[in-house]
Design a protein. Sequence first.
Lengths: 289, 150
Amino acid sequence: MASPREIRRRIRSVRNISQITRAMEMVAASRLRRAQNRVVASRPYSERLRDMIADLAAIEIDAEALAQFPLLTQREVKKTAAILITPDKGLTGALNSNILRRASRFVLNEAGGPVEIVAAGRKGRDFMVRSRQSVVAEFSGMGDNVSLDDIRPLVGVALSAFVAGEVDAVYLIYARFVNTLQQVPEVHQILPIVRPEAGAEGTYRDYIFEPNPAAVLNELLPRYIEVQVYQALLESIASEHSARMVAMRNASQNAKDLVSDLSLSLNKARQALITQEVAEISAGANVGR
Amino acid sequence: MADRLSVEIVTGERVVYSEEGVEMVVAPGADGALGILPHHAPLVTLLSAGELRVTKGGQERALAVFGGFMEVTGDRVIILADSAEHAEEIDLARAEEARARAAAATASGVADGDLQSAAASLRRATIRLRIGQRRGGRRGPGVGPGNNEV
């Protein structure tokens, strides 16, 4: 058995660790709350935008006019791009490996061709670089307070690759936030845009366009992509914090258990030492007699 | 159909304004300001940066919006703005500061791309300032420049 001094030292270090994990848990909890609020706050915009596009989906677009909107063109998919959204940091339990496992399955099996990775988040970039995938762009260190403006360059990379015909489809890979205990890796196609089904209301409308339909759609469609990426980014931020919060709570709990185990062995060791000393003293006394 | 509009102004970050029973909306359309009254024909338009006015119960509220879309269907007006704020929310001192900075950047003639973005931020700052300064004076509904009601 280890000496009491050694055990005391271990108890001290485990306590220190548990202080850190508890602090990280609390930080993650408060950031999670903020991130959740942001997810909720961003929903109306994306819902309205989807409705608007659905309303407009009723407009007949013939093949010739369709060519004007490259974002709507379906091509035979030879090469794809994937926007991989991951946290920048670890200590998130199984979250990172779950996303990365899902991402590798997509790259190896589902994409059916070469995949170019646009990495948003350091973990995804590191993983893809390590596994020798082609990472064409990297965006990391965006922090919690991303705005729509911040993601424009990220979306721009994917959009221009698609419009230039370098890739034939663009996917989004991110961790969807279900609740604090559950985050699901999602793979979701964003380009070419699959036009949402027209609502029953939207079908008959004769819209006036200002300045003209093409100009409106040309603004609306990229915005639609941006909003989807933005929403995914907010969700994965919420996922990251909730995963970290749970992981840190478990770590704190483990530390607590460890401390109580160690205290028990400390007491035993101390007891044994005292017993031994008493035995030695009485043995010594016996010898002297 | 009611004789009032329900108006929603939404940005990526939040719902800025959401009210029922609105009498009129004047929005900065891409081709100039346009007024929306109840029973307007379905319309989708791009918005430019400028002042958006909402009249409800004879009271007019001003907002600064910067780009986006407006959809009018029946008596519903949905404005998806790139960014929007109420006139009362505009911090005049900060807006003035931003305007001065943007003006300086434009005047000093920086590189091409920068010049464009400097000019854009100058425009934004000027609009914010103008709308912010007007928040004190409330004017009657329906008077304003470039008000081509449809």
